[in-house]
Ligand binder design. Structure first.
Ligand SMILES: [Zn+2]
Length: 206
């Protein structure tokens, strides 16, 4: 039995328990035409996106991730700075005393590969926050998130991936170009190491 079939069966069972309806079509990973609309669908993607980040980028987060599938609030004074993800996704750290968690919001109704790419982008910010990575380097911080987003899109959504490389301004993650070039020349492990080293320089310098 394929994992996708298992997920579908489990999803249909849960849905039936919740609503008594069986005509619900569960969105499954790796299906380009469906969209992600509910917390349940988001949660299934979250687990899978986390696995991808760990397997492909050695990126893992320890604090709990609170995922909401809803339109992110408009970026205002509270946000503090412009979000390159715009109205698609948002990341925020929550601190309650010594308890810390990641709050991630991703817009509903996105095609599954786009949802996964934005979620991956936000989880990179979560990873950066936990490890104090590139805290003083906004260009590379955003570029790194775009770089991972790029790899999520590359196979399923090559046109969307290509768009990321045409970014004109550093606040949108223009540095993704630099990182993709670096990776082509040196490989992924060295690229991750380079980004970590840049953080150390930042911390010493400022
Ligand atoms: Zn971002």
């Amino acid at each position: 039995m394929m994992i996708v079939d298992i997920l579908s069966s489990v999803g249909r069972f849960i849905e039936f328990q919740l609503t008594g309806q069986s005509d619900f079509r569960l969105m499954v990973p790796f299906d380009g035409v469906r969209t992600v609309n509910t917390e349940l669908e988001g949660k299934l993607q979250l687990d899978d996106v986390k696995k991808f980040l760990w397997n492909e980028f050695s990126i893992k987060t320890r604090w709990p991730v609170l995922l909401e599938v809803k339109a992110p609030p408009p970026a205002g004074w509270k946000a503090g700075f412009y979000h390159s993800e715009g109205n698609l996704g948002r990341y925020q750290v929550n601190k309650m005393g010594s308890e810390k968690s990641h709050q991630v919001t991703v817009r509903p109704n996105l095609p599954t590969p786009i949802f996964r790419a934005i979620l991956g982008h936000e989880l990179v910010h979560a990873f950066q926050t936990e490890n104090q990575l590139l805290g003083n380097n906004r260009a590379l911080r955003e570029g790194m998130a775009r770089w991972v987003e790029y790899h999520f899109l590359k196979n399923d959504q090559p046109k969307e991936a290509a768009k990321l490389l045409q970014m004109k301004h550093f606040t949108f993650g223009k540095a993704v170009n630099t990182i993709v070039s670096y990776e082509m020349e040196h490989g992924r492990q060295k690229t991750l190491q380079w980004l970590k080293d840049m953080s150390l320089q930042d911390n010493v310098g400022g």
